[in-house]
Design a protein around this ligand. Structure first.
Ligand SMILES: CC(C)(COP(=O)(O)OP(=O)(O)OC[C@H]1O[C@@H](n2cnc3c(N)ncnc32)[C@H](O)[C@@H]1OP(=O)(O)O)[C@@H](O)C(=O)NCCC(=O)NCCS
Length: 408
């Protein structure tokens, strides 16, 4: 078997081949020049690792965006947003992913980013590298015949449809207001908006209309928006269009209810398909018949504490309890050992531990998506001091569930 070298991508053409690996699984051609240019406006070439055969061909790739992600308490922590990970089917199960994860996490650690985050294609892949499932993803498929709100929900403001240029001005303030207080969301630069959210190449519409953007304004100020596509269809009895949301965000409860009322009322639609929502999304409680929204669950964001001390010290806590966590971390042994959490700071300690757990499970509770009690019930931690799980949950408690509205 030939040797495969893992190294940093040197040129835009290598990036094309590196990204081409995951694109292969999407059944598409390698990225074109226009795509590469957009990608390089938000992604540093030196953050792309490629797996290279001794004949020079690229058989694997793994990249990372440099994100700043909100953690409980509102700090924005530097976070490696792991993306475009793939190994060609000709080279699978020879340890190439493992070698890329090794190189990537070493690099993230050296850069001083305390967190890494990703969306997984399959839940079985990343736990072995210390990633834990940190948020759940709700999907709703709302039948138009059951789209009524419960009585008494009032709507505010006025909705107008805007083009993508106007959206670049109107949407970011709404997103920013929610992002700053929502663990799991990350900052978007102007270029991120323009080159990721607000581009609309025809080959990525998958049978849908161009992107529509509706903005809800109250007293002339944007307070909510919806980006969506229409998948137009006609049946024997008339229109049967599916409205698929891309991103819907409201800065406050009234604006959120109002933008959803707008979406649910669009004529000619038979179903409204809504993905990438937090499980505690208010839509469920706004609807008169919530179960007819057919909610389904899947895995959301995966989080890896790359530097346990910096990550734990980077968020805030609901109490000033003192707790010792004994963290197992086979893949990044620099984290291994006991950490005392006191007054919001995590420091190394030799004191006896209250709870022992794997770093991937600490990733699951870190943003508030799961509780220590849930981990305990699933046999995923050891409570070494009576009451420690209760105390840990009181300490890590957050106001809402984490949410990441975008797959990166
Ligand atoms: C998933 C993928 C990247 C794995 O790459 P690979 O080079 O074959 O993985 P490795 O040989 O390094 O395997 C490392 C370990 O992960 C396991 N593994 C890899 N892919 C797995 C999968 N899909 N399900 C379960 N286990 C998996 C291997 O069995 C191995 O386990 P071990 O360490 O206990 O021996 C590759 O199969 C692929 O590109 N798949 C399609 C695209 C994709 O899903 N990419 C990930 C996007 S998030």
């Amino acid at each position: 078997m030939s040797a495969v070298e893992i190294r940093i991508c040197a040129t835009a053409d290598e990036l094309r081949d590196g990204v081409g690996v995951i694109v292969h699984y999407f059944g598409r051609d390698k990225p074109d020049d226009e795509w590469l240019e957009r990608w390089l406006s938000v992604f540093a070439l030196e953050r792309m690792l490629v797996a290279v055969e001794d004949d020079g061909s690229i058989v694997g790739g793994a990249g990372a965006f440099g994100l700043r992600m909100t953690v409980p308490g509102g700090a924005q922590l530097p976070t490696a947003g792991v993306t475009v990970v793939g190994v060609l089917p000709t080279h699978r199960r020879r340890g190439i992913l493992r070698s890329m994860m090794r190189a990537q996490l070493d690099d993230v650690h050296e850069r001083g980013e305390p967190l890494a985050a990703l969306w997984a294609s399959e839940e079985t892949i990343y736990g072995r590298y210390g990633y834990g499932l940190a948020s759940l993803n709700a999907q709703f498929d709302i039948d138009k015949s059951h789209h009524a709100f419960r009585p008494g929900v009032e709507t505010v403001g006025r909705v107008r449809l805007v083009d993508l240029d106007a959206a670049a001005q109107l949407l970011p303030p709404v997103y920013d207001a929610v992002q700053r207080v929502t663990p799991g969301m990350y900052e978007r630069s102007e270029i991120w908006w323009r080159n990721r959210q607000l581009v609309d190449p025809e080959n990525l519409r998958f049978g849908g209309s161009p992107k529509h953007v509706a903005v809800l304004e109250v007293d002339g100020e944007p307070q909510a928006y919806a980006m969506y596509r229409l998948h137009v269809a006609f049946g024997d009895l008339g229109p049967e269009t599916k409205l698929r949301t891309i991103e819907v965000i409201g800065a406050n409860p009234a604006a959120t209810a109002s933008i959803w009322r707008y979406l649910l009322d669009v004529d000619w639609t038979k179903t409204i398909s809504v993905g990438l929502q937090p499980v505690d999304h208010p839509l469920f409680l706004l609807l008169a018949r919530p179960s007819f929204s057919k909610p389904t669950l899947s895995d959301g964001l995966w989080i890896r504490l790359v530097d346990v001390g910096a990550a734990l010290s980077g968020r805030t806590y609901a109490g000033d309890a003192s707790l010792v966590l004994d963290v197992r971390d086979a893949f990044c042994q620099w984290n291994e050992g006991r950490w005392r959490l006191r007054d919001g700071e995590a420091t190394r300690t030799n004191d006896d531990a209250d709870i022992a757990l794997d770093v991937s499970d600490l990733g699951s509770v870190y943003l508030g998506g799961f509780t220590f009690r849930e981990l305990q019930r699933a046999g995923r931690l050891d409570e070494l001091t009576g009451g420690a799980v209760y105390l840990a949950d009181a300490t890590f408690r957050t106001e809402g569930l984490p949410w990441c509205p975008e797959i990166f």
